[in-house]
Design a protein around this ligand. Structure first.
Ligand SMILES: Cc1cc2nc3c(=O)[nH]c(=O)nc-3n(C[C@H](O)[C@H](O)[C@H](O)COP(=O)(O)OP(=O)(O)OC[C@H]3O[C@@H](n4cnc5c(N)ncnc54)[C@H](O)[C@@H]3O)c2cc1C
Ligand SMILES: Cc1cc2nc3c(=O)[nH]c(=O)nc-3n(C[C@H](O)[C@H](O)[C@H](O)COP(=O)(O)O)c2cc1C
Length: 772
């Protein structure tokens, strides 16, 4: 086979040497526009896993790389005059120049033809090649020749960064955060050889411009950075080596995803590799790793399917299929980490205390969790847990393990929750005439016995026509209030849990069948008239709601107030005001469902006007010493609908009106929504609202392990975690999760204590067996 790699970066060089090594008959050429020992960039970092597979594929180059590596374990964060350090993070760094030189030197004896100082314009320059590797980096000319085929999706990110070096040596991966009069700057610093450390500085576009960095030359920028980071530089200089490569000193990171990775140009098969195919932000240092892993996988597929021209199409599609999954996973983590640095100034740096700031930074990619941090640095994590527990009001010993964040208490007004796990409201469609019956009491009380700090019943409707289905709970009469009293009495007298009620009105989503007869499907008989912000049916077959007039507004407001009073009288501890999921109040907030032209439609103030009127009346009727949370759909997941930015605006309005917490849900507003599900998928909304609006929040959505909840709460991404479906699967989810993370000093109900140690011992035995 004749193989031409256009671009001699890590991807092109490593692939060439592997192919020549595996099959010396291949004719392999690397064409590179730079000189052999000429390259941009300072150090790059690798993971141990990549190094391990490099060792398996080519021990010669791996040994050379390993002997040139700088290994370090610690991360140090400099922030607001504090210096915090944690260990166990295991990175290796190497100069990019050194890495390329090792790969070049390895290519030569294997017989790879290295052609330097040749700028290639087109893959068609090599018509005799069977395979052309487009390893020509992010700005790949080869990829750009076929935009319809490769479908590159390039997103220019908002932050500015400059990639510099310094001769000061650092013994930890160091992050230094500095505040200026125009905003925050952060540096990412790591040593990569005996004389040099990489020093990347990042800031927002606003701060960059406000300091006039857009108008300064490279030297001006260096002087500015030197003075800003003088303390950490401790007299050393900053250096650039990118002058010949890039026009501007400050760059924007470009995120790239391609729809397809290979193409037949009429003569040769062309395939993308490394940065030409995808990019991952330097916040998790994975660009070189991905390039090397691509090279390995393509060589691997030739090994599996055969080093034969005829096999190329099959090999390329297997390569793409395999790599896509891994690349997507890394890009996802890199996106989280990148976004953390993009918002750090406005969201975290002025909000979180140094200890929590550090935790938030360490978990920024959301791949490193609480228990993962324990494995990396137990002492540091236990110290952080003690700090968090003390902040939550617990008295803890100076040393040793204390209660992890999700098990710390939380108080809002008079309501003191024993821990931070909430049973999220879940409709169970089992009521008649809105009455709590035995099923509700048994169902909810079991979750209280199972250890959750706050138990929400399902959305409880303020009038018969406010119900979603005939099976929904209601609170419009005293008989219903009696059922609530029974529930609160049992929970208060037998557990430490508190009881919450979620008051709502179904609006345009009302008069439907119970879930198991068809979610959202209109009732065939016994229906009732619907109301909403505007006269838009939810489904084509749903009945058309009436756009509410003033009388309707007054009536619904009074119904909310009456239900609130009854809830207070029933000794409910917490009220949640349901403004999410497309129900009545949510239909006012979303521009998709609110098409009104009066003062209740239009901008944010107008759309929130009616929900806020009702909220104010509820707040006034609800005892001043009990909290109210507001549930919002923080993303409509549909073009033209509310975004997290809008949710933050509404959160501020509710906070100013006296809301104690925002419960950050999303969606269910518009039938054609396109939600992006995944682990903790709504937590970013909670993080944003909590730390930008400065109001406590509840995170909810695909939180299914103690490790998730601890990570969220410890990082200050939420104050409470609501867990819904896992509580349907396991009423004692909280007690069981405690046992799973080895926490045995959690109280079980006294009636169940005999089951506790057996459960814990069995778990411990299973984990020992599975570790064998
Ligand atoms: C600030 C910053 C920090 C980074 N930090 C890290 C890190 O810590 N860890 C990490 O793993 N990665 C890091 N990266 C990313 C890393 O540099 C790249 O992801 C990696 O080098 C990709 O390898 P590649 O071979 O695909 O492309 P490149 O390394 O970009 O190589 C492409 C090669 O093609 C050549 N070329 C381009 N066009 C032509 C042409 N027309 N003709 C001939 N030759 C051509 C170029 O000269 C270059 O040598 C960082 C990137 C930046 C910007
Ligand atoms: C069966 C069921 C019923 C639900 N009913 C309600 C409800 O009445 N009110 C509400 O705000 N959310 C309701 N939800 C949404 C949950 O409260 C929660 O936000 C969602 O299920 C995501 O959490 P999870 O991933 O832990 O399940 C319901 C969810 C389920 C599964």
């Amino acid at each position: 086979m004749r193989i031409v790699c256009i671009g001699g970066g890590p991807a092109g060089l490593y692939f060439s040497l592997l192919m020549k090594k595996l099959h010396p008959d291949h004719d392999v050429t690397v064409v590179e526009r730079n000189k052999p020992y000429d390259t941009f960039g300072w150090g790059v970092v690798f993971s141990d896993a990549t190094m391990q597979s490099m060792r398996a594929w080519d021990i010669e180059s791996a040994s050379e790389i390993e002997s040139a590596f700088n290994h370090w374990d610690d991360i140090e964060v400099l922030f607001k005059g504090t210096r915090q350090r944690t260990s166990g993070h295991g990175f290796v760094g190497i100069g990019r120049r050194k890495l390329l030189n090792i790969l070049q030197a390895r290519c030569e004896p294997l017989g790879v033809d290295l052609k330097f100082e040749t700028d290639v314009d087109s893959d068609l320059q090599y018509p005799d090649a069977d395979l052309v590797i487009a390893s020509d980096g992010l700005n790949s000319k080869i990829r750009n020749r076929y935009p319809e085929v490769f479908q590159p999706d390039l997103v220019v990110r908002p932050n500015r960064y400059i990639w510099l070096g310094t001769n000061r040596l650092f013994d930890a991966f160091t992050f230094d955060f500095r505040k200026t009069e125009h905003g925050w700057f952060q540096s990412h610093i790591y040593k990569f050889d005996d004389r040099t450390s990489t020093f990347i500085i990042e800031t927002t576009e606003e701060a960059y411009r406000a300091h006039g960095l857009d108008k300064m030359g490279q030297q001006g920028s260096i002087e500015f950075c030197k003075s800003l980071f003088a303390e950490v530089l401790d007299g050393s200089s900053l250096m650039t080596n990118a002058r010949h490569q890039r026009g501007s000193a400050w760059l924007n990171f470009v995120r790239l995803i391609c729809g397809k990775w290979s193409h037949f140009n009429g003569h040769s098969h062309v395939v993308l590799m490394g940065d030409a195919a995808h990019t991952a932000h330097f916040a998790i240092g994975s660009g070189t790793k991905l390039a090397i892993d691509d090279a390995i996988e393509l060589a691997n597929q030739f090994q599996i399917l055969g080093h034969d021209k005829a096999k190329i199409p099959e090999v390329l599609s297997a390569y793409e299929e395999k790599r896509r999954v891994d690349v997507a996973r890394i890009q996802n983590a890199a996106r989280n980490a990148m976004e953390w640095f993009e918002v750090v100034g406005r969201r975290y740096a002025d909000t979180l205390e140094p200890e929590q700031f550090m935790y938030s930074m360490l978990t920024r990619s959301q791949r490193i969790s609480h228990e993962n941090l324990r494995l990396r640095d137990k002492d540091w994590l236990e110290g952080y847990e003690r700090w968090f527990a003390r902040k939550s009001g617990l008295t803890v010993a100076e040393q040793g393990r204390c209660l992890p964040p999700m098990f710390t208490p939380f108080k809002s007004r008079r309501t003191a929750l024993p821990n931070r796990i909430v049973v999220s409201p879940m409709a169970i469609y089992s009521a008649t005439d809105g009455l709590i019956n035995d099923f509700h009491v048994v169902h909810l009380a079991s979750r209280a016995l199972g250890g959750a700090g706050l138990i929400f019943a399902e959305m409880t409707c303020v009038s018969p026509d406010a119900r979603i289905t005939p099976g929904c709970l209601g609170l419009w009469n005293d008989a219903q209030m009696g059922g609530w009293k029974r529930l609160t009495h049992f929970v208060h007298s037998n557990t430490a849990s508190k009881v919450g009620i979620q008051l709502g009105h179904a609006g345009r989503k009302g008069a439907t069948k119970v879930a198991w007869d068809g979610i959202d499907m209109p009732l065939e008989s016994g229906s009732w008239p619907l109301i909403s912000a505007s006269a838009l049916p939810y489904l084509k077959q749903s009945s058309v709601p009436k756009a509410m007039d003033r009388d309707d507004m007054d009536r619904v407001l009074n119904d909310f107030v009456a239900a609130t009073r009854r809830a207070a009288e029933a000794d409910v501890d917490w009220l949640e005001f349901h403004c999410a999921h497309g129900y009545l109040l949510s239909s006012f907030l979303s521009p998709l469902t609110n098409r009104r032209s009066d003062e209740y439609g239009g901008d944010h103030d107008n759309r929130a006007r009616y929900p806020l009127e009702v909220f104010a009346a509820v707040r006034a009727a609800w005892p001043a010493d009990r909290p109210i949370s507001v549930r919002l759909s923080c993303n409509d997941w549909f073009e033209g609908g509310n975004t997290p930015e809008d949710a933050a605006i509404f959160s501020k309005m509710f906070k100013d009106a006296g809301a104690d917490m925002i419960d950050c849900s999303s969606g269910q507003v518009w039938k054609e929504e396109k939600p992006v599900y995944g682990r903790l998928f709504q937590t970013p909304f909670s993080d944003k609202i909590r730390n930008e609006v400065h109001v406590p929040t509840i995170a909810v959505g695909a939180i299914s392990e103690a490790d998730h909840a601890n990570s969220i709460i410890a990082a200050g991404r939420a104050d409470l975690c609501a867990v819904a479906r896992p509580h349907l699967a396991d009423p004692a989810w909280v007690l069981h999760e405690a046992a799973k993370i080895g926490l045995t000093n959690i109280d079980w109900p006294k009636q169940y204590v005999s089951g506790k140690s057996q459960f814990e011992n069995n778990l411990a035995r299973t984990s020992v067996l599975s570790a064998k």
